[in-house]
Design a protein around this ligand. Structure first.
Ligand code: PAF
Length: 280
């Protein structure tokens, strides 16, 4: 069934009120559209864990620190609605900008600490934009559960933190990264890669897998990262912003695996910024 497309928070509110009155558990899958199988796996998880599922599509201007990145971000609402058809979701919430940021809007949600490193260090203001819009989407949908991909691991940890700190009472569920057959993590940004760049793109994941093996064999993350970065650059990437071993919980940098930890990377290929992470 094609999900009803809801464009105002008033309409959304009255729909959700009815569900909650009936004691139904409402889940939300926040997205910026250009849906791929990674998003659809979040929708499937939401369907399995909730009575009602809302998918949101809002290309959030406040999380883009580069105007051309915002302009080029793929917008595919019609195709997205079709992809959701087989999941029978209860609402596709596609708010206009004024529903999220009315003219009088003056509040920023900022999560300290976790956002100082990795993407936060390279994209000033990005996580303030994410934290602000996610808070709005949580309060507008009144969802009890929210589904996010582990591919954006730092984002997942930031959202968990803000949900706990602001007592939003939303259970934030992290879902595994979905990959193409050659290992490339699925991302809406992959649509921006030329055919030539697409062939080179899996080199990032391959270098990370090799680095993880080196870590398991007792190597130093700082040293292994240098070799891994050189491989990524040799494969045709133009810049590796970071390739770090970090603790899951607080994202502190590590030289050796310790507790739950993962490799996280961001790198540029043909003008497209790709990120990835794998557990070690
Ligand atoms: O991961 C995304 O697509 C976005 O950062 C999110 C969580 C929908 C907020 O705009």
């Amino acid at each position: 069934m094609i999900a009803p497309i809801i464009r105002t928070k008033a309409e959304l509110r009255s729909m959700v009120k009815g569900w909650q009155k009936a004691g139904e558990v409402v889940g939300v899958v926040p997205t910026m559209g250009a849906l791929h199988d990674g998003h659809l796996s979040l929708v499937a998880a939401a369907k399995a864990g909730c009575d009602r599922v809302i998918v949101t599509i809002f290309v959030n201007p406040r999380q883009f620190n580069n105007p051309s990145d915002l302009e080029n971000y793929p917008r595919t609402e019609g195709q997205d609605a079709q992809k959701l058809e087989r999941f029978d979701v209860d609402a596709l919430y596609v708010p206009g900008p004024a529903e999220i940021y009315p003219d009088t809007f003056a509040t920023t949600v900022s999560v300290a600490g976790l956002t100082d490193v990795l993407c936060g260090a390279h994209r000033p203001g990005h996580f303030d934009g994410v934290a602000t819009v996610v808070t709005k989407l949580f309060t507008q949908t009144r969802a009890e559960r929210a589904f996010f991909g582990e591919k954006d691991f730092q984002q997942l940890q930031v959202v968990r933190r803000l949900s706990a700190d602001l007592d939003l009472d939303v259970d934030v569920v992290g879902c595994p990264t979905i990959r193409e057959e050659d290992g490339l993590a699925m991302s809406s940004r992959n649509l921006l890669l030329s055919d030539r760049a697409r062939v080179k793109a899996p080199a990032l994941h391959a270098a990370m897998v090799e680095m993880a093996e080196g870590l398991r064999a007792g190597g130093s993350a700082f040293r292994l990262a240098e070799a891994a970065k050189a491989k990524v650059l040799a494969a045709g990437f133009t810049e590796v912003e970071y390739l770090d071993l970090r603790a899951n919980e607080d994202l502190r940098i590590l030289d050796r695996p310790e507790g739950d930890c993962r490799l996280l990377a961001a790198a540029w290929l043909a003008g497209v910024r790709l990120i990835d992470n794998i557990a070690v």
